[in-house]
Design a protein around this ligand. Structure first.
Ligand code: ZN
Length: 475
């Protein structure tokens, strides 16, 4: 006997785009296949009206809705639970760039657009859409907005929230909020846009967004630098900001272990220095509007003064576009190099820069005492205080045995981040993976405010239930 909801969905979308839940296949699991769910149906609506109609049918037939984009998220926010009550809604067919307004420096695109296509549409009119991250070839704009994604250019341009001016959202009631405004100033009440961004599909379904565009830089200069301590790295960041002002676009930190591992796992890589003698490295990028030669000269001059002041011990400046791309390739291969070596524990944390070095020192010490021999692969976006603080198995221990200690080990990392004024999720979100950690690190007042918002915007708990926040306070 077919589910009457499926029958109604087929009536709405046709059998090709409204299928039984099992048809979702690997979309029922998260990217790392840690979480597996069931769906009552799998739908792929073509436009906002269809999304709204799907939500209204789910309300009529008492189903919940889990929205999914590129399924590249790391916190399993887009994976339905095991109850089989949810309709899995993919936005993959909503992949149009609706409008590019170059005079207003804005672009309006649908949530199912792949990030790279948004970047390309901006480049097509000589503009830059600066959001840039490892998954950009397969992640979608809706997921970027849902998680308030960060990436490698946040230092200069901000997170996704700061790049978005307007939204179109389907509410839990199946209404449409037409909020696609291209305004940089608009003080007309509560910041609904900012509330939906980062809500991971729990408050509404983002179907389109109006985004900020920037002038396309005409020049970029790239370099690797070596330094002896995190304190020096942070002093270097100040020095570069003062010397390059807004031109500093990237400051990607990595430990010597991270860089060496990329060299091992990707044998064709050219490391920036013949020997990795310093403990820390950073990939720097300056982008600007002068000539290529001027940009390189400017970066070189600032790095020479950093060398004179003892902030860095070495620098290697890309001399060509090919060299610059090879430098970025090392950074882009960093996660994959770790995956090839074996699974490790990933922590996406952020800290005030003033506390970063103290955090690393105290965490390493406690981990060494409680989990002797663990190895650290620390990298991240230093300009944003965002560390990917990854901890690998001691030599000789299997990664399975190491991963079995995840809860206890990651609690040491998260407790330390919290104690130093940091966050347990900088750019990956909460999803289901970190949901039950929130009560440890957020006050009862903050959690209650979040619950009230959820109940106000989604009173039936229909949208992505069980993600981000548990509705019942933990006893
Ligand atoms: Zn990152």
């Amino acid at each position: 006997m077919t589910d009457p909801l499926l029958g109604a969905l087929v009536g709405l979308l046709g059998a090709r785009y409204a299928e039984p839940g099992a048809a979702a296949g690997e979309r029922l699991a998260d990217k790392h296949r840690r979480y597996h769910g069931q769906a009552r149906a799998y739908v792929r609506p073509a436009n906002t009206d269809e999304v709204a109609a799907v939500v209204r049918l789910c309300k009529a037939f008492d189903a919940s809705v889990v929205v999914q984009g590129g399924n590249t998220g790391l916190m399993a926010a887009a994976t339905p639970d095991a109850s089989g009550r949810s309709v899995l809604l993919s936005l993959e067919r909503m992949n149009r760039v609706r409008e590019v307004d170059s005079a207003n420096d804005t672009l309006t695109a649908e949530a199912g657009c792949i990030l790279r296509h948004v970047q390309q549409a901006a480049a097509g009119v000589g503009r830059l859409f600066p959001l840039s991250l490892g998954a950009e070839g397969s992640c979608t704009l809706g997921g970027n907005l849902g998680t308030n994604a960060g990436g490698t250019a946040v230092l200069r341009y901000g997170n996704t929230r700061e790049l978005c001016l307007g939204l179109e959202v389907v509410t839990a009631e199946g209404e449409i909020w037409h909020g696609l405004r291209g305004l940089r100033k608009d003080n007309t009440g509560y910041a609904l846009r900012d509330l939906y961004i980062g809500s991971e599909g729990t408050l509404g379904i983002i179907t389109a967004a109006t985004l900020k565009l920037f002038p396309q830089p005409s020049a970029r200069a790239t370099a690797y630098v070596a330094f002896g301590s995190l304190a020096q790295g942070i002093a270097l960041l100040s020095h570069l900001r003062a010397g390059l002002s807004a031109g500093l676009t990237g400051f990607e930190l990595m430990s010597a272990a991270c860089l060496a591992l990329v060299g091992q796992q990707f044998p064709g890589s050219v490391l920036p220095f013949p020997r990795l003698q310093a403990p820390w490295y950073a990939l720097l990028e300056l982008s600007g509007y002068a000539s290529q030669g001027e940009a390189q000269a400017q970066l070189q001059q600032v790095l020479e003064s950093a060398l004179e002041q003892g902030l860095i011990s070495d620098a290697s400046l890309a001399q060509s576009l090919a060299q610059s791309e090879a430098m970025w390739q090392l950074r882009e291969n960093m996660s994959e190099a770790q995956a090839r070596e074996g699974r490790n524990m990933k922590h996406d944390i952020s800290l005030p820069l003033s506390r970063l070095e103290a955090f690393v020192a105290s965490t390493e010490q406690q981990l060494a005492e409680q989990f002797p021999g663990v190895r650290h692969y620390t990298f991240g976006h230093l300009g944003d205080g965002n560390l990917h603080y990854n901890v690998a198995a001691p030599l000789g221990m299997s990664s399975e045995a190491h991963m079995a200690r995840y809860a206890a080990l990651s609690q040491v990392v998260h407790d330390n981040a919290h104690a130093h004024g940091g966050s347990i999720s900088a750019e990956h979100g909460i999803g289901q993976r970190k949901r039950d950690l929130l009560p440890r690190y957020k006050s009862a007042v903050e959690l209650q405010l979040m619950r009230r918002l959820k109940q106000a915007l989604d009173p039936d708990n229909r949208l992505n239930p069980g993600k981000v926040i548990a509705l019942e306070p933990t006893p």
